[in-house]
Design a protein around this ligand. Structure first.
Ligand SMILES: [Zn+2]
Length: 405
């Protein structure tokens, strides 16, 4: 079995305990011998400390002590490394992503630990520096939002997402770069900037739909073809032999939306870019096996760190609060309610207490206090309706409660 074959069965067979999982990470991190993550020195001595869970090394160059997790995304972890290995596999092998709740159930940990673990593994599956040439398709879509059917132009509802896909031609794999435009206005300037960042315009043929935001942007490219989706035109072979279509981008969005809706159900605008990077990573390595994709993610652990809370010295974190602080939710604006004074049902507190029919005999010996007269309301189905004042004057009936006022 090749060393990089990290299929689920291979993990169960080859890494049955913590020591073997640690050996896996050591072999992958330092294939040519252990070196110090602080100074790079190879003059290190393996220390023996009874009671320590992980192997330690002492560096003779800088005098620091380190383990296999030092200076990686796994730094300071208290989770067993076998759980990390399994989590890497589950995240790498799940084509439509894996939710933190699912991972917490499968690996027996709290949701918070699983969520932090997922985001740390997600941080190894990233490449936002791709530059494409050749035939490139671009399109934008809208994700989430409280109001349906309101996309571009209704700012603050949905998160806009733009994808730039190099089409699969001449035996090359199609590759994608998907970008969240969560806090940006979707116009020619925004999408143009992303296109210029991830393509070489003079060597790129651009394919878009008929949206006017691409008209000016397309002029900077070596060629620009559009298809008219409004006229139900999806593929057209042009005179120069190019196939004008954005179906590759549409297909990518179809898969992306299935991941967001089907697995995560909801992603905040703040964290959406991380999910998009994970999606791109899996899309771009779709020809590889699950084991190869997992091993590649493990190779990306070096030199990254993602704290759950903001560290004392500052730095990136998933929450903005400090460790130990309760997570504060942003306050939602309070909806102004229309005043119901004078109309509608009477508040429950003023409802007259009606004695509930009870089968139990009440053996109370307390003296009976005469009840205050009930306010003039009529009760229907538990809700009180305002009493309609009688039109004709009512003459008081002797023996019954005369209307007051
Ligand atoms: Zn050192």
């Amino acid at each position: 079995m090749p060393a990089d074959d990290l299929s689920f069965y291979a993990i169960l067979e080859q890494y049955p305990d913590e020591a073997s999982a640690e050996r896996y990470f050591i072999q992958h991190r330092w294939p040519h011998g252990v070196n110090c993550p602080s100074c790079g020195s190879v003059d290190v001595l393996r220390g023996t400390q009874p009671g320590r869970r992980r192997q330690l090394w002492n560096c003779h160059g800088c005098g620091k002590q380190f383990s296999v997790t030092s200076g990686t995304i796994m730094s300071d972890t208290k989770l067993p490394l076998r759980k990390w290995l399994l989590a890497f596999h589950f995240m790498g092998a799940s084509k439509k992503g894996m939710s933190a709740l699912q991972l917490s159930r499968m690996l027996k940990m709290t949701y918070k630990s699983a969520w932090h673990l997922c985001h740390r593994i997600r941080a190894t599956m990233t490449n936002d520096a791709q530059v494409f040439t050749g035939v490139v398709e671009t399109d934008e879509t809208y994700i989430g939002g409280r109001r349906t059917g309101r996309g571009r132009g209704y700012i603050g509802n949905k998160a806009a997402v733009q994808t730039i896909v190099r089409r699969n031609e001449n035996g090359k794999d199609g590759q994608a770069q998907t970008i969240a435009l969560s806090h940006e206005k979707v116009d020619g300037r925004t999408v143009g900037a992303k296109l210029r960042k991830h393509t070489i315009p003079s060597e790129t043929v651009l394919m878009t739909d008929e949206s006017p935001i691409y008209t000016r942007v397309g002029e900077g490219f070596s060629d620009h073809h559009t298809v008219n989706h409004k006229a139900k035109e999806y593929v057209r072979e042009d005179w120069d032999g190019h196939l004008a279509t954005t179906n590759t981008a549409e297909g990518l969005f179809a898969n992306l939306k299935r991941q967001i809706t089907g697995t995560h159900h909801h992603t905040s605008k703040k964290h959406l870019p991380k999910y998009l990077e994970e999606f791109d990573y899996k899309y771009n390595s779709r020809q590889k096996t699950d084991g190869e994709r997992t091993a590649e993610a493990v190779r990306g652990i070096e030199g990254k760190r993602l704290n759950l809370y903001k560290p004392p010295g500052g730095g990136p974190s998933l929450f903005d609060g400090k460790a130990g602080e309760p997570r504060r939710r942003p306050k939602r604006p309070v909806k102004k309610r229309r005043s119901t004074k004078g109309v509608g049902p009477v508040p429950f507190a003023t409802m007259p207490a009606t004695p509930a029919p009870s089968s139990r005999p009440q053996a109370s010996t307390a003296p009976v206090v005469p009840r205050a007269p009930a306010p003039p309301t009529s009760i229907m189905w538990g809700r009180e309706l305002p009493r309609v004042p009688p039109k004709a004057p009512v003459t008081p009936v002797a023996g019954k409660g005369a209307p007051r006022g």
